[in-house]
Write a protein that binds this ligand. Structure first.
Ligand SMILES: [Zn+2]
Length: 473
């Protein structure tokens, strides 16, 4: 969709004729190249701090995305899913399997299948190699330029203007376009992913229909998604017909989806006190449609607003419920930790871990709490063991680095931090951490030698990359 956005900047976009690229596997854009471009854009997105970094939100959007990807016939890419702090209703695919979902899409949908439908559509733009076909067939395309440009538009505002100027927009735009055929194919393939993954395959059609009707009814600017995805009668009926291949699904909304919506309500506001007041009034006046989730959001808002004693009182009410206990317990442990009741917080987490020993969020939260309560060595051990489950997870390395730092192992702390940055493809940050590691006193000769070798490799690689980018290869 971001690609469509780009082309819409140019008034002449419709008239641009794309050369036939033939078989995508023969197109000039290799999977590796596509990944590299996506990674560059991703780095800029991260630098601009526009992603929602909440662990629960991150883990949810990632696991939902991977559920859908696992149903794809051929997924040539590793996929990375992330949430953008933006209330507009949109999602987009970047080159290389990076899929961004705006917070507004998650909070506006009321049915998890609808969220999954939009994600499935974006995933399909990647698996069908629409991006590879539509863009980058020009061998002189310069990845950093394009990355600057796409990220700029994505982030909007000043960043966009700066990036567009910097990237001499016109020449780049003319090379990018999703065709209507691409859009239909992404719908079709997306509906298959939905149906196979057990979501309601009709949700693609029903979401289109809903957005279409709402924008006609209320006028004004249509949701972002519609402006890049024109919905018309035949698109809706096609989507409905395709969905007929799958039985109606009655799966309902998952706990995680409901929790994530509640969290985003707070995370997307710059005034948690006001959110707390609104929720409190709704709960008191019995105007709450979902008391459990509204109260959970209330506790979260109170925590964010620093009203911890009030948060405890509300949390007590939640803990008397047997539903969603995992999230309520986790939340309560966080409050206790903030109140300096480290022992109680950790005990609560340890009890939860008996039932969910390998849970990602729980493990990272446990580590964070151990570090904060002066048990960094224990945190390190738990995280090192956890690498078996999440080898390539940047967050695990981030917290490993914190744990090592807190327990006095500066060298290892830098090494893990370098790994954390490398997983995002940020070689220059990785290099500076490895350099810092080498400046610290190292006991082990072998470790020093291996660090030096790794540093040499990274430096060579990154200077090769620069040369390649400059020559446009
Ligand atoms: Zn699309």
């Amino acid at each position: 969709m971001i690609v469509a956005l780009l082309s819409s900047l140019s008034a002449n976009a419709d008239r641009i004729e794309l050369p036939d690229l033939g078989d995508p596997s023969e197109s000039s854009l290799s999977i590796a190249k596509e990944k590299e471009i996506g990674r560059d854009i991703m780095l800029q997105i991260r630098e601009n701090h526009v992603t929602v970094d909440d662990l629960i939100v991150q883990e949810y959007i990632s696991s939902l995305g991977h559920q859908l990807v696992s149903q794809a016939d051929s997924a040539l890419h590793d996929f990375t899913f992330f949430t953008i702090k933006d209330n507009s209703i949109n999602a987009f695919a970047l080159p290389g399997g990076y899929i961004g979902v705006n917070a507004g899409l998650i909070t506006t949908t009321e049915d998890e299948s609808e969220l999954a439908a939009v994600m499935a559509h974006e995933i399909s733009h990647v698996t069908q190699r629409h991006i590879a076909r539509a863009v980058f067939h020009n061998e002189t395309m310069q990845a950093p330029l394009l990355a600057a440009m796409i990220a700029g538009i994505l982030l909007g505002g000043d960043a966009a203007r700066a990036a567009i100027t910097a990237a001499s927009a016109g020449s780049v735009q003319s090379q990018i376009n999703f065709t209507r055929k691409n859009e239909y194919e992404a719908d079709r393939v997306g509906i298959d992913l939905l149906g196979r993954a057990g979501f309601d395959a009709y949700s693609m059609a029903s979401l289109f229909d809903k957005m279409h009707r709402q924008s006609r009814l209320y006028g004004g600017a249509p949701p972002e998604f519609l402006s890049t995805h024109p919905v018309h009668g035949s698109r809706i009926s096609d989507a409905r017909a395709r969905a007929g291949n799958y039985p109606r699904s009655q799966r309902g909304n998952s706990e995680q989806y409901r929790i994530v919506r509640a969290r985003l309500r707070v995370l997307m506001s710059d005034n948690p006190t006001r959110v707390a007041n609104d929720l409190e009034r709704a709960l008191k006046g019995e105007r709450s449609a979902d008391t459990l989730l509204d109260r959970y959001a209330l506790v979260f808002a109170l925590i964010e607003a620093g009203q911890l004693e009030k948060a405890v009182a509300q949390s007590e009410i939640l803990l008397q419920q047997d539903k969603l206990a995992f999230y309520f317990q986790l939340q309560r442990a966080d409050i206790d930790l903030r109140l300096g009741r480290d022992g109680m917080a950790i005990k609560r987490i340890q009890e939860l871990r008996q039932s969910y020993p390998d849970d990602y969020v729980l493990t990272l939260e446990y580590a964070r709490m151990l570090i904060q309560s002066g048990q960094a060595a224990q945190a390190r051990k738990i995280l090192e063991d956890y690498l078996v489950f999440r080898q390539g997870d940047p967050n695990v390395y981030l917290w490993l680095s914190h744990a090592c730092k807190a327990s006095g192992d500066t060298v290892k702390s830098h090494i893990y931090m370098a790994e954390h940055h490398l997983l995002f493809g940020d070689a220059s940050q990785a290099i500076s951490h490895l350099e810092a590691a080498l400046r610290s006193p190292i006991q082990d000769y072998h470790e020093e030698a291996s660090l030096q070798a790794q540093l040499r490799n990274l430096r060579e690689q990154s200077s090769d990359d620069k040369k390649e980018k400059l020559s446009g290869k």
